[in-house]
Design a protein around this ligand. Structure first.
Ligand code: CDP
Length: 208
């Protein structure tokens, strides 16, 4: 069974995906971490995320084993990720990693939950269940600010909101695999929902 969860930054994709995966005994992949891993490796090697050739070379070296790095959650990494995510060569390399995960989930799990931006549209167009998770920009910025403060990262709401909007605009506006709902995705607006309610709503749709 393959379940895809797409949507903009901090919409609640990760929390929902992890809970569905736990509940259904499926493997979980946060595809954003693959793009973040490319961005982080570039930054650490002193390369420029605007250099598409360098980004493609780095993408060839990134795999599932690179997703536990400290530094993946940094805002600088997120901004580098959204730059490299626009390059078709980078997306093509990471597509192979993601399709392999979906076809051969680790630990012999009977399927996978994958979250990202283009999982239901491009990576797994034949998925069994697709969700497009959204929430208002204000709520998403407030959630991300909380996450940052909990991790001890000094942050201010206006800056988080501005960075998130810039990233969303870039992800929605790019030519290759833009952030759009798949035609057959369930739309789930989590603006007024807590994580338990979002999980219950998604599970009800799957069980329908
Ligand atoms: O956690 P958050 O929603 O802030 O972002 P993320 O899922 O970690 O993704 C970081 C960046 O990677 C996004 O802004 C996208 O530019 C890119 N990405 C993508 O292009 N396609 C995906 N399937 C996942 C992430």
């Amino acid at each position: 069974m393959i379940i895809t969860i797409d949507g903009p930054a901090a919409a609640g994709k990760g929390t929902l995906a992890r809970r569905l995966a736990d509940h259904l005994g499926l493997a979980y992949l946060d595809s954003g971490k693959l793009y973040r891993a490319v961005g982080l490796k570039l930054l650490r090697q002193g390369l420029d995320p605007a250099d598409a050739g360098a980004a493609a070379r780095i993408a060839r070296t990134v795999g599932i084993g690179d997703l536990d790095e400290a530094g993946l959650d940094d805002e600088a990494t997120a901004q580098a990720a959204t730059l490299v995510a626009a390059y078709p060569e980078v997306r093509q390399e990471l597509l192979l990693v993601q399709r392999d995960f979906a076809a051969h989930p680790p630990e012999n799990r009977p399927g996978a939950v994958i979250d990202g931006r283009d999982i239901g549209t491009v990576v797994c167009p034949d998925a069994d269940h697709k969700f497009f998770v959204t929430a208002s920009l204000e709520i998403r910025a407030a959630r991300r600010l909380n996450e940052l403060l909990e991790r001890g990262v000094e942050s201010i709401h206006s800056r988080v909101l501005r960075d998130m909007k810039a990233r969303d605009d870039r992800d929605s506006g790019r030519e290759t695999s833009p952030l759009v709902p798949a035609g057959d995705a369930h739309l789930l607006d989590t603006t007024g929902l807590d994580p338990d309610e979002a999980f219950a709503a998604a599970l009800a749709l799957i069980e329908q």
